[in-house]
Write a protein that binds this ligand. Structure first.
Ligand code: E4P
Length: 218
């Protein structure tokens, strides 16, 4: 399973990229606003830090302008994945950009039918938002299960399921159990994956005992 980080904070991205476990980055207009920096500059910088796909989101809602934005974003670097919304105009744009060799991430997916349409439009990634479904009392992971079941029936579809709106480690574990291709995870959740209290306690106990031996390895 690939791990993307869901942030436009370059310092966070640099830090996490140093772990060697980061396969890509996703951003959205809200994350760009939070970063407080010009989008094109941020995307260019992130693309030079992380070699994997870096999602940059279009903000127009009509096909013509969305395509223009998508083409401009795609020119920033080879690893840009243009994000388009799951709307008729978004999918039309997805088809054109894909035919031009640009990676496309179809975002704001909330149903299996929508995911099917994204796959038919040739999306590189489709992003179902699990946390936002949980927020309204629906089961986000059930949607991932449905999409994975459908995609397995059609091996011709090359679209990768990118689990988005991840809120906690259990979302990541469940997504991995279902065979989802990618999870895009906020930095705090990504760091949380490393943590276990028994790891911390166990390490402390080993190091305390080691100190008592008076030995050194080097
Ligand atoms: C995905 O690409 C989105 O940027 C993101 O996962 C949205 O998550 P949120 O629901 O926490 O805003």
């Amino acid at each position: 399973m690939k791990f993307f980080v869901d942030t436009a904070d370059v310092a966070e991205i640099k830090d996490l990229a140093a772990s060697g476990l980061l396969d890509g980055v996703t951003t959205n207009p809200s994350l760009i606003m939070k970063a407080g920096r010009p989008m094109l500059e941020v995307i260019k910088e992130v693309c030079s830090i992380v070699p994997g796909p870096v999602s940059a989101e279009t903000v127009s809602t009509d096909h013509k302008k969305m395509l223009e934005e998508g083409r401009k974003l795609a020119k920033i670097a080879k690893n840009v994945a243009v994000k388009v919304p799951l709307t008729p105009d978004g999918l039309k744009t997805c088809k054109v950009l894909t035919s031009e060799g640009t990676m496309v991430n179809v975002t704001l997916c909330f149903s299996a039918a929508q995911a099917l349409l994204a796959a038919k439009a040739g999306a590189t990634f489709v992003s179902p938002f699990v946390g936002r479904l949980d927020d309204i009392g629906q089961d986000g992971m059930h949607l991932i299960a449905e999409i994975m079941t459908i995609f397995r029936q059609y091996p011709d579809y090359k679209t990768q399921v990118l689990v988005a709106s991840v809120r906690h480690s259990q979302h990541v574990i469940q997504a991995a159990k279902l065979g989802a291709h990618v999870a895009t995870v906020p930095p705090n959740v990504l760091r949380g994956l490393f943590k276990h209290v028994l790891t911390d306690n166990g390490l402390k106990a080993f190091l305390d005992d080691w100190a008592k031996t008076g030995q050194s390895i080097l």
